[in-house]
Design a protein around this ligand. Structure first.
Ligand SMILES: Cc1cc2nc3c(=O)[nH]c(=O)nc-3n(C[C@H](O)[C@H](O)[C@H](O)COP(=O)(O)O)c2cc1C
Length: 330
């Protein structure tokens, strides 16, 4: 297909696109991105701060987060009536330039345009879900959303596979490094301004007595943060693994785009999600998450999906003035 680059985005369009991109999920709400607007469209740059991240798999998680931001930019461009074309890692000499999102004069992608309305209500939900499962027809839409971005959503349906995932999550939680836990504590502490994830977004502490059984990740495990309360979680949520055929920076960007596409689709169908990535952050446990008999590829995210009992508040984002930068500025 022939693409032609459009002239440019005006200032108010730039703000809309940047705000949409900045609403993407990011590892530990680090928002590890900045955006540069050019005559051709928008560039997404990864922040060079992998080393300060609390997880061992920081490089991957930063790129995944940037991929989700790229997807949101495409959605916002479609809403503004533009086509878009993404070039991933377009400059070999600049590995932090994750993507150029060119504005084209192609007709906007209707499917992307329709997802725009869910941008503001999508959020990571660490509250208990209702016990009912997700209908097969809706799961099929989520599979399709991932597939359209070059990834696969593998639902853990069989008991052995499901139980193996719970075991991996449990092992990873036990095995977590003290340094990682301390770093997390510092980021979540009320004295961090603002805390990376506010108390209202952490969800309740899984009810004592069954803490290891809850397939929800308590991001503040071991921290005594006031105001969380405790609750029993649904015993058997739908769990799924987002996978890609490759495991390199390009695949991580694809996984981030697929993640955001399926999360917006899920939001539109009343489905909430949180993540239990702890086994993916442990180099020894990570292969276990992928070792299903007919697995497709490399695991990138572990998702818990279900119907929310409570909608958390909107977590904080950096002001756009800190996220949009001039070309060439560090
Ligand atoms: C690559 C990546 C990994 C994440 N890992 C986890 C996780 O293991 N557990 C969790 O509860 N949230 C996880 N999150 C969700 C982020 O914490 C969340 O996106 C961030 O706090 C912003 O909140 P929001 O998604 O509600 O906008 C992850 C997000 C991304 C993009």
């Amino acid at each position: 297909m022939q693409h032609t680059d459009h002239a440019t985005l005006n200032a108010s369009e730039q703000l809309v696109v940047a705000a949409a991109a900045a609403a993407a999920p990011s590892v530990f709400n680090t928002q590890p991105w900045s955006f540069v607007f050019t005559d051709a469209g928008m560039e997404v740059h990864a922040d060079p701060h992998d080393a300060s991240m609390p997880t061992a798999s920081a490089a991957r998680d930063v790129r995944l987060s940037c991929g989700a931001a790229v997807f949101n930019a495409r959605v916002a461009l479609a809403r503004r009536g533009h086509g878009s074309r993404v070039s991933v890692f377009p400059d070999e000499g600049d590995p932090l330039l994750v993507a150029r999102v060119a504005v084209t004069d192609d007709a906007p992608d209707r499917a992307l345009d329709e997802l725009y309305r869910w941008l503001g209500s999508r959020r990571t939900n660490r509250y208990p879900f209702r016990p009912e499962g997700i209908p097969a027809a809706v799961l099929a839409l989520l599979h399709d959303a991932a597939r359209r971005e070059g990834a696969t959503l593998r639902l853990l349906e069989g008991e052995p596979e499901y139980q193996r995932m719970l075991t991996s999550i449990r092992h990873a939680t036990w095995a977590e490094d003290d340094a990682v836990r301390e770093d997390r504590g510092a980021r979540l502490s009320p004295s961090a301004r603002p805390p990376a994830i506010p108390v209202g977004n952490l969800g309740p502490v899984p009810r004592p007595g069954r803490p290891d059984d809850a397939p929800v990740r308590d991001m503040a495990q071991g921290l005594d943060l006031p105001g969380r309360g405790s609750a029993a979680f649904e015993p058997h949520p739908d769990l799924a693994v987002l996978e890609t055929a490759d495991d390199d920076p390009g695949a991580w960007i694809a996984a981030g785009q697929a993640l955001q596409r399926l999360l917006l689709e899920a939001t539109g169908h009343g489905i909430a999600a949180s993540f239990a990535n702890q086994p993916l952050e442990d180099a020894e446990l990570r292969p276990d998450v992928a070792s299903g008999a007919a697995h497709f590829g490399h695991p990138q995210m572990v998702l818990r999906l279900g119907y929310a009992t409570q909608q958390p508040p909107i977590p904080p984002r950096r002001p756009l003035s800190q996220v949009i930068r001039e070309s060439g500025a560090a």
